[in-house]
Design a protein around this ligand. Structure first.
Ligand SMILES: *Cc1c(COP(=O)(O)O)cnc(C)c1O
Length: 383
């Protein structure tokens, strides 16, 4: 390795063309063949089921991956969770963004209306009649149009209206407000995504389908048409896609996968990481200390890997268990005592979304060589 390339390891963890074994750690590494296989698989799925795909950008936060999801993954636009995240994507050239969340702040709405006036297509979710007036004020001030979906509460008891009647009343208010387009309904059940069996997810999503059907009937009775019914994640999307009710899937994690999703079972009782999706996202870490038998210390701690959905899995070292992370250290329990200082190993994060938000770069690897680096465009965009 050319040690004179001093910018590696300061600004960037790697350079295109170098061997994957020379990547500086800890780093977020993408297996590009696995990513492309996941994107192509989802593209085939939505084509076969005649449904649109609007992948959730909060997962990868990368304009490059959003473009790849469009070019080879059959996606139309993306989803975001935050106004500043939407702005980062729009500035990077992604021009059709659905914010799957409530925006209740005049400053944020003003920014979104400004971006809309520059030609971006922005859709917001609404669960309160007062928010209709707020969004309308921002749109009219900038002489632009913002699209709105009424959000239904789906079981996670987070955002969303409780009843189809309230949904229709808000839809009516949107349709009558200046500068707004009533475009349809968002119905996403977040906590149902991570139920272990397909049957458990089917039962929870069944309740959602009932509510969506009742809401569409209320809207029709009010003379309103929902052009869009948007929702679903990686865990449940086969249920929404075959319901005959949804027009658009919002899956995010399918592109990368993580250890938590890998443990779930599909309808045939197989793990999702055996036969459905391929792990494409890894935190590459190095052993930096080895002073005790059966135990090694690596350089990836809480600032490199999110732990909210459990520890990462050491995929290259069967039998090794990652545990007890602190800020910059992880403990690798190594019962066979095989690890040595300088060893590099890949960890599959427990939860992909918050792990990606910790890093500045994706290092794209194919055939053991670094092929590309992608900045994490909307990293840290929480506003
Ligand atoms: C996170 C999220 C998704 C994507 O879920 P995955 O489980 O990552 O596929 C879809 N819709 C909304 C509203 C979300 O917040």
């Amino acid at each position: 390795m050319d040690l004179s390339s001093y910018d590696i390891g300061y600004d960037i963890p790697a350079k295109p063309g170098m061997s994957a074994t020379d990547i500086q750690t800890p780093a977020l590494v993408i297996d590009l063949d696995a990513l492309d296989a996941n994107l192509r698989k989802m593209a085939r799925y939505v084509q076969q089921h005649d449904i649109h795909l609007r992948p959730h950008g909060k997962m990868h936060k990368s304009a490059d991956i959003a473009r790849r999801q469009h070019d080879i993954g059959g996606a139309n636009g993306i989803c975001c969770q935050k106004a500043s995240e939407a702005e980062a994507f729009i500035r990077a050239g992604i021009k059709d963004v659905l914010i799957t969340n409530q925006i209740r702040d005049a400053v944020k709405l003003n920014r979104l209306a400004q971006l809309s006036a520059t030609g971006a297509r922005i859709t917001l979710c609404v669960d309160d009649p007062d928010n209709v007036a707020e969004i309308s004020a921002a749109a009219t001030q900038h002489q632009t149009t913002l699209s709105c979906l009424v959000e239904l509460e789906c079981g996670a008891r987070r955002c969303g209206v409780a009843t189809p009647e309230t949904a229709a009343q808000i839809a009516q208010a949107i349709a009558q407000a200046d500068g707004l387009i009533f475009d349809g309904v968002q119905a996403y059940h977040g906590t149902a995504q991570h139920l272990k069996t397909h049957a458990a997810r089917e039962s929870e999503i069944g309740i959602v389908l009932h509510k969506v059907r009742a809401t569409l009937a209320e809207l029709q009775a009010a003379g309103l048409k929902a052009r869009v019914v948007s929702g679903a994640g990686t865990g449940s999307h086969v249920i929404e896609a075959t319901s005959g009710l949804y027009t658009e899937l919002q899956c995010g994690s399918y592109a990368f996968m993580d250890a938590d999703y890998g443990r779930l079972h599909n309808a045939k009782g197989q793990r999702l990481d055996h036969g459905e999706w391929t792990n494409a996202l890894f935190v590459l870490t190095s052993v930096i200390s080895k002073t005790e038998t059966g135990r090694a210390i690596c350089d990836a701690g809480l600032k490199a890997i999110a732990m909210d959905s459990g520890p990462p899995v050491a995929v290259d070292a069967p039998g090794v268990e990652y545990t007890g992370p602190s800020d910059e250290h992880g403990i690798l329990l190594d019962p066979k005592d095989k690890l040595r200082t300088g060893d590099k190993l890949r960890l599959i994060p427990g939860h992909c979304d918050p792990t990606c938000n910790l890093h500045e770069w994706y290092v794209g690897v194919r055939a053991r060589k670094v092929e590309t680096l992608w900045p994490i465009t909307a990293r840290g965009k929480l506003l």
